[in-house]
Write a protein that binds this ligand. Structure first.
Ligand code: FES
Length: 189
């Protein structure tokens, strides 16, 4: 049983691959829960989807807040937490420009209502964090897609590790954790 929570249908990572597995692997089932449909994982829903979950191993992967919520929810169900596992990513230190030219770009974060400075070699996520702005993120390595947002103006150098699809890139989506500015930016974040 694979339960995947995402913000929207378009944010489901590896959807086709998961559907293929569900259609071909005898004991593999997948359920997607979408935030924009008001679908949140809770104990009641878990019981419906996997009535025998108390007998199973549980593996959780996602942003720290998500994993904390799952852990907390499970602990109220009588689940044996010795059979609960989490995947943690290794966080790299924020990238530092090899040659600091003293140049920096303006990055406007429209939803936060802030404009910050970002050096050419610094990922936008790291620059935002240094400015005291916490944006959704998890792996910080361009893999999970949690920091995906829309680039409204400007251009970036994005060195991702599979956390974004080509059609999303064509649709001006970027991953903030692995995108450094090439000029001033406006971002939907
Ligand atoms: S935080 Fe995982 S891709 Fe950016």
């Amino acid at each position: 049983m694979f339960i995947h929570s995402a913000r929207t249908f378009d944010d489901i990572i590896f959807r086709r691959e998961l559907d293929f597995l569900a259609a071909t692997a005898p004991n593999f089932r997948v359920t997607h829960l979408l935030d924009d449909s008001g679908e949140q994982l809770n104990a009641e829903l878990l019981r419906d989807m996997a009535p025998d979950f108390l007998e199973r191993e549980v593996f959780t992967c996602g942003p720290a807040g998500y994993m904390e919520a799952v852990r907390s929810m499970l602990s109220t169900t009588g689940f044996d937490m010795a059979r609960y596992h989490e995947e943690s990513f290794t966080f790299d230190a924020p990238a530092v420009p090899e040659h600091d030219t003293g140049q920096s770009f303006k990055v406007e974060l429209t939803r936060s209502g802030r404009t910050i400075d970002c050096d050419p070699g610094t990922p936008v996520l790291a620059a935002a964090s240094r400015a005291g702005i916490t944006l959704p993120a998890s792996c910080a390595q361009g893999m999970c897609g949690t920091c995906k947002t829309t680039l409204l103006a400007g251009s970036v150098d994005m060195q991702h590790n599979g956390g974004i699809r080509p059609r999303e890139i064509a649709d001006n989506k970027i991953l903030l954790c692995c995108s450094t500015p090439l000029d001033d930016l406006v971002i939907d974040a």
